[in-house]
Write a protein that binds this ligand. Structure first.
Ligand SMILES: Cc1cc2nc3c(=O)[nH]c(=O)nc-3n(C[C@H](O)[C@H](O)[C@H](O)COP(=O)(O)O)c2cc1C
Ligand SMILES: [Mn+2]
Length: 508
């Protein structure tokens, strides 16, 4: 059964969140004020954080605006309406994660900072990772418009060219692919970029090792077509779980159900029978022939580069399009970090990573932060309360290689618990002062990476061996002489508190 869900006063002053050092319950009860993207927009409007832009072009202007907006923490959510050449009422939404709506999206009050939000997410939802199976219903708003045969035309949606050098219009950024394991029968819901090929065809890219890729490889090995649905414009919570590293074999819909305390309502796709959220905005349904490929890319990716270039990738032959009246496309294009993508990935991935490390048996993990500057993958800070010789190594190596941390990482820095890992300056200061380059860095080679990694050489790229190396930096006070490590030249927390109370006025 799912976690019981209660309610909190929005914007409550005392969030009672756990301090990052322990197992204590946060005491927070999540309160999701929305079930679908439209209800989410209504909540964001209540917070005064939605702007409408009329008449921007999909060819250039929406991408230009996204570049400006997505780099700002405080920018509003923007809905682009009246996009020239597109049917009236068809819209694109960008920048769902930011401002006060950030915490609302995860069901928490505005008072929490990003580390506290991540902690609350961990303590409330992930601790026991409960599932509540999705529930099938007969009908839903997603079936308000059903396009089949000659009416199938994916180019009618206001799909922007997100970055100037993109190889096509990416309809799938804030999207998720739904597939069923042909052998084990479970349904996976995962976010993978989706590019328009023509009116009836979209191509998508999945890195090796992702659940959707494992499904695809299985269909290919069996010589079968893969039934697939691409949902564009699901609710933000479902999107966030679809793009999170959750366990193999678990349907992301069921995690969302448990988080909300009520099952996700789905309709069955009329062509494939796959489950589609009944109140999603747009869904594309059809079959993928894993052996039929068309050029896909390049696409400006989360590393800040066009590293994967153009390669042949499988395509979805669309047999049906479903959409609500006046549909809203959810756009989450990656930019050079830090950006919106990095903001939400940092909150969710830091929590998932801490949970993975703890589940692997590493004791006394104080906090984990997957830094925005590395889009929550390339730079991980982990703080521990050292208990025994080797504890720091264990924490660093597990963080680097557990399911959540293994894909396309680069640097893991392990620090003592007095360091705020989410503060980049503090983390780097600890590394600079408590590590010794000659003896504190472990290197792992041949680790799980991706063609998206810009530092894979052309020669290695040509071999198809997409692995990279990792540095695990032990920036803790060395265990056996930690008591002799020079003291930090700042006052005790009590004195610091007093100093701030007394003299903060000087900063005003
Ligand atoms: C906006 C966005 C776009 C993404 N695009 C891709 C992609 O094109 N290919 C890919 O393999 N992973 C992509 N990811 C990462 C996956 O969504 C993520 O690894 C997720 O855990 C995959 O689901 P799965 O574990 O069920 O396979 C993207 C994530 C986000 C937030
Ligand atoms: Mn999955």
């Amino acid at each position: 059964m799912s976690t019981p869900i209660g309610s909190v006063t929005p914007g409550a002053e005392d969030p009672r969140v756990a301090s990052p050092n322990g197992e204590e319950e946060s005491g927070l009860k999540p309160n999701f004020a929305y079930n679908d993207l439209r209800e989410w927009v209504a909540q964001a409007e209540k917070l005064g954080e939605v702007r409408i832009v009329s008449g921007a072009s999909w060819e250039e202007e929406i991408g230009m605006a996204a570049e400006v907006i997505l780099h700002s923490d405080t920018a509003p959510c923007v809905i682009f309406d009246n996009v020239p050449g597109c049917p009236k009422g068809f819209r694109v939404l960008v920048n769902f994660f930011g401002g006060k709506r950030r915490n609302m999206t995860l069901g928490f009050p505005t008072g929490l900072n990003r580390l506290e939000l991540s902690e609350a997410f961990l303590q409330t939802y992930l601790k026991d990772l409960k599932t509540l199976p999705y529930q099938e219903v007969e009908d839903g708003p997603i079936f308000e418009n059903i396009l089949t045969g000659d009416d199938v035309d994916v180019t009618k949606f206001p799909v922007p060219v997100w970055h100037p050098r993109d190889g096509g219009r990416y309809i799938g950024t804030g999207s998720f692919n739904v597939t069923r394991d042909p052998e084990e029968n479970w349904v996976n819901v995962g976010t993978y970029r989706v590019m328009i090929q023509d009116k009836k065809t979209v191509g998508f890219y999945i890195s090796p090792g992702k659940h959707g890729r494992i499904h695809r490889d299985k269909y290919q090995a069996r010589g079968e077509l893969m039934p697939t649905v691409v949902v564009v414009g699901g609710d933000p919570l479902t999107f966030l779980m679809a793009c999170s590293e959750t366990p193999y074999g678990t349907c992301e819909y069921d995690l969302v159900g448990a988080m909300r305390g009520s099952p996700l309502k789905v309709v069955r796709g009329k062509v494939t029978g796959l489950p589609i959220p009944a109140d999603a905005e747009i869904a594309l349904e059809g079959f993928v022939d894993p052996s039929k490929r068309l050029p896909e890319g390049p696409f400006g990716e989360w590393t800040g580069y066009y590293a994967s270039d153009t390669r042949p990738e499988p395509v979805l032959d669309i047999q049906a399009i479903y959409h609500r009246n006046d549909p809203i496309l959810l756009g989450c294009p990656p930019q050079r970090p830090p950006d919106e993508l990095a903001r939400y990935r940092a909150v969710t991935r830091s929590a998932l990573l801490r949970q993975s490390v703890q589940k692997a048996g590493v004791p006394d993990v104080h906090a984990v932060w997957a830094h925005e500057v590395g889009t929550a993958r390339l730079l991980i800070g982990i703080s521990i309360k050292q208990r025994y010789p080797g504890h720091t190594k264990q924490a660093g190596h597990v963080a680097c290689q557990c399911h959540v941390g293994a894909y396309c990482g680069k640097y893991v820095i392990v620090v003592d618990e007095d360091i705020d890992v989410s503060n980049l300056d503090e983390l780097i200061w600890a590394m600079l002062t408590r590590s010794d380059p000659a003896t504190s860095i472990d290197i792992i080679t041949g680790a799980w990476s991706t063609p998206l990694d810009p530092r894979i050489s052309p020669e290695q790229r040509a071999t198809g061996n997409f692995t990279n190396s990792r540095a695990i930096i032990d920036a803790c006070r060395p265990f056996h002489w930690r008591d002799k490590f020079p003291p930090v030249n700042m006052p005790s927390p009590e004195v610091l508190k007093k100093a701030r109370e007394k003299f903060s006025y000087l900063l005003e």
